[in-house]
Design a protein around this ligand. Structure first.
Ligand SMILES: Nc1ncnc2c1ncn2[C@@H]1O[C@H](COP(=O)(O)OP(=O)(O)OP(=O)(O)O)[C@@H](O)[C@H]1O
Length: 311
């Protein structure tokens, strides 16, 4: 095995890239572990596409260090290209070529491709195999771009907004494909504006804003805590909260926010709910109401960037 094969799939340190006065990347650090799905989130203009295209070798950073599968994406492009899959945006595909031909042609460029016809069927492209690219609908073009990125069975795939413009059924098919890639040990880096996509698919989420990664972790790690997260219940006023704290993880904050209204801070998961209701049962407390609120990625994103995620 090549020694670099043990390292991360992507290692970016202090990347910068400016276009005139615009700093597209401003000291970006990002590590993508092999075999994981990483979702790159960020508001418009945050630097997501610049980051992904630098990893693909299509843009050279002004400064910083970037290694993809242990290689320099620009200097080692010839060695790297056959090992990565890239989802081309519409500009990269010749308008007259038929969808099926394009996919079969791409498959031939790789040593161990997946079956292009089966892939076509999977993504609902079967009926348009003979349709020229320019005559495909936007969603079909998007699905073809996705198929082209994965047909070579690459080690690492970059998907730039893979489900933008897809109908719900095609979106599910694309998600299923990403899950299968991951199960096959493929590393996937995708950009998205959809929180549910990141929550469903990603092992790690990197939030980029103004050219930097401002938060990085699993969806659960990022969603932990937050002022609004936790469990609330109401019951008779003046409950013995010290005894409740004893059955909860050390340091869990429990407060009576108003007479008879209680708030338990922390991750509102099934265990917290079970612990609180078991304590209620032991203490003869019948809550009138129990509500849980989890911090969603959408909340985290809004807190961090001050911007809505929607494009
Ligand atoms: N070729 C270019 N010339 C000039 N400015 C550019 C160029 N490419 C990107 N930029 C600028 O760099 C910044 C980052 O752009 P980038 O496309 O990486 O953002 P993004 O996070 O992918 O945004 P979006 O969600 O809108 O696709 C933006 O301000 C953009 O206008």
């Amino acid at each position: 095995m090549h020694p670099a094969a043990a390292g991360p799939a992507v290692e970016a340190t202090g990347l910068t890239k400016s276009y005139g006065r615009t700093k597209a990347l401003d000291g970006l650090d990002l590590t993508v572990e092999r075999g994981t799905v990483t979702a790159v989130l960020g508001p418009n203009g945050a630097g997501k596409t610049t980051t992904v295209e630098a990893c693909e070798g299509y843009r050279s950073p002004d400064a910083g260090r970037l290694r993809v599968l242990g290689l320099d994406p620009v200097a080692d492009a010839a060695a790297l290209r056959p090992r990565i899959g890239v989802m081309l945006q519409s500009g990269g595909i010749y308008p007259g070529v038929r969808a099926g031909e394009m996919l079969r042609h791409m498959a031939k460029l790789y040593a161990h491709p997946v079956d292009p016809d089966a892939l076509s069927e999977r993504l609902g492209l079967g009926p348009c195999g003979r349709t020229p690219y320019r005559r495909l609908s936007g969603g079909q073009q998007q699905r073809l771009a996705l198929a082209l990125a994965v047909v070579g069975r690459p080690e690492l795939v970059f998907l730039d907004e893979p489900t933008a413009g897809l109908d719900p059924q095609a979106r599910r098919a694309a998600w299923e494909l990403v899950r299968e890639l991951r199960a096959d040990g493929v590393t996937v880096v995708l950009t998205t504006h959809f929180m549910d996509e990141a929550e469903e698919l990603a092992d790690a989420v990197a939030v980029i804003d103004t050219g930097r990664v401002i938060a990085h972790g699993s969806p659960a790690e990022l969603c932990r805590g937050g002022a609004e997260a936790g469990l609330r219940f109401s019951g008779r006023p003046g409950l013995d909260l010290a005894s409740l704290r004893e059955v909860l993880p050390a340091g869990t904050e429990v407060t009576e926010t108003a007479a008879g209204s209680y708030r338990v801070a922390g991750e509102a998961g099934p265990q917290l709910l079970a612990d609180v209701t078991a304590w209620c049962a032991r203490n003869g407390v019948m809550p009138d109401r129990i509500t849980t609120r989890r911090h969603t990625l959408e909340d985290v994103f809004l807190d961090l960037t001050g911007k809505e995620l929607r494009p």
